[in-house]
Design a binder for this molecule. Structure first.
Ligand code: HEM
Length: 458
């Protein structure tokens, strides 16, 4: 294996622009603009002491994404060069999963994932999103106020993904409970163990009792995934899916509620929900800087020589807003890089779009007179180099009694009650008496801590 290239000329740390500070979180476009004045590549810092090259222009980004031989995903050599407690290690350290593979192994895992996701029926997915959305709205509709990020967008993708995985309600309740505890930093060791148990239980359950779900389809796939690999696939699907999903839903709701082009209710609004989603994918993509690669040797790019093993990060938001692309965007096409491009382009684009649009439609339809509870400029963005993520999205609306909504919205169906109300599962203790994995077991689960860190929003 090649060693880190110690001979690469060091760049003065003072010249690196931090992507992890409040300045970047408050005004990423301003930072991109000043970096762009220096050229298509910028020397940035992902965390204190973690240098990287940020690609700012669209064509250069595509050339990197389409060249896996010079820009592969394996981060193992790099990760020996950074402090293990750095906040970016969890997102970037090598895992034995699809995101970090190249070549035939990547093809094998990716084919299993795309085939399994491809079997998801759109009517079923729509129903899952609607039911999950309603179960969350049911909890805050009578209160007249909510935080659409923490009470809705954050939990909804988890509910939908666990349904897609064929997790029974009992395991889902425990999983969401554990993830909520991890987010809130409450009893994290126990929550971590519980989450590990839950994923392993879903795999064991579906191996024994196949059903029409993603877990079963992965198990049945000709790739022949063993139990460890199965857990990895579910972990990466959940880790790669939950956080960007929450940010797409929250950022698009923020846009909808603050921009007069979208103002009004669903029937009276001027532009459809799909347009708000497209605009966010172009302008505030949930993964703002990502699709990271690790060149194994010095590599020439856009007139510069980049050092071996130093991360090359695609400035997805910067490339999307490359001034050269203005006319393409006006044409309303979807050539943005929010899903990345090339071999690792998101395999769940259709799934993610549908989750986002049904999530938005359901809450806007159910609570049509909703308004932001604070001026849009006062909404705060989370710091961190990768995600474009709000810290909260407070709204208010005329309270809606649950019993009335039940009658009106569901025509008397029991879809509001398909899952326990959220207050129930977040405040319940973990009561299952099933066998739990030991902490040693869970620590050995590949990718496990990575998922936990993703879910904790790192
Ligand atoms: C708004 C939502 C989403 C966005 C913006 C998004 C974006 C992305 C991006 C930019 C990548 C490329 C990452 C890289 O090259 O390092 C990616 C890969 C991936 N995404 Fe998504 N994603 C979203 C939702 C989802 C969902 C819901 C799932 C699962 C159901 C998912 C599963 C994956 C997987 C498994 C990969 C790795 C593919 C590979 O390495 O070949 N994503 N996604």
């Amino acid at each position: 294996m090649t060693r880190p290239d110690d001979s690469a000329a060091p760049v003065c740390p003072m010249r690196r622009t931090p992507l992890h500070d409040r300045t970047f979180a408050d005004d990423p476009d301003g930072v991109y603009e000043s970096l762009r004045a220096e050229g298509p590549l910028a020397d940035v810092e992902l965390a204190p002491g973690v240098p990287a090259t940020l690609v700012l222009d669209y064509d250069t980004a595509l050339s990197v994404l389409r060249d896996p031989a010079r820009f592969p995903k394996d981060s193992r050599v790099w990760q020996r060069t950074v402090p293990q407690d750095s906040p970016v290690v969890a997102m970037m350290m090598y895992r034995d999963n699809v995101l970090f593979q190249d070549g035939p192994e990547h093809d094998r895992l990716r084919e299993a994932i795309t085939d399994a996701l491809g079997r998801v029926d759109s009517f079923t997915l729509r129903r899952y999103v609607r039911e999950s959305a309603e179960s969350l709205i049911r909890d805050f509709a009578p209160k007249g106020e909510a935080d659409l990020l923490n009470d809705y967008a954050r939990i909804l993708p988890l509910l939908v993904l666990t349904k897609l995985f064929g997790s029974p309600p009992e395991i889902t309740s425990r999983m969401v409970d554990a993830i909520t505890a991890l987010w809130d930093g409450v009893d994290t060791e126990r929550a971590n163990l519980e989450l590990g148990s839950c994923v392993a239980e879903v795999v064991a359950l579906r191996r024994e009792h196949p059903a029409a779900d993603v877990t079963t389809w992965l198990l049945e796939h000709e790739a022949g995934l063993d139990d460890e690999e199965m857990i990895q696939q579910l972990v990466v699907l959940m880790g790669a899916g939950a956080e960007p999903m929450q940010n797409l839903v929250a950022n698009a709701l923020r846009l909808w509620l603050s921009d007069e082009r979208f103002a009004g209710n669903l029937s009276g609004g001027r532009l459809p929900v799909e347009d708000a989603i497209d605009e966010v994918l172009w302008q505030q993509p949930p993964l703002a800087n990502y699709a990271i690669t690790f060149p194994p040797q010095e590599v020439e790019l856009a007139g510069r020589v980049l050092p071996a093993h130093q991360p090359v990060v695609i400035g997805i938001a910067a490339a999307n807003n490359d001034p050269a692309l203005c006319s393409a965007r006006r044409d309303g096409n979807r050539a943005h890089l929010a899903w990345s491009a090339g071999a690792h382009t998101c395999p769940a684009r259709g799934t993610a779009r549908m989750i986002a649009s049904v999530a938005m439609e359901t809450v806007l339809d159910t609570l049509p007179d909703m308004d932001l509870a604070v001026p849009v400029e006062r909404l705060e963005w989370r710091t961190g180099p990768f995600h474009r993520a709000l810290t909260a999205l407070p709204v208010h609306f005329p309270p809606v009694p649950v019993s009335d909504r039940d009658e009106e919205a569901t025509g008397g169906s029991d879809s509001w009650s398909t899952l326990p109300a959220r207050t129930q599962w977040t405040r319940q203790g973990v009561t299952s008496t099933r066998r739990r994995r030991s902490s040693a077991d869970v620590d050995r689960l590949p990718g496990w801590n990575s998922l936990v860190e993703w879910l904790r929003g790192r």
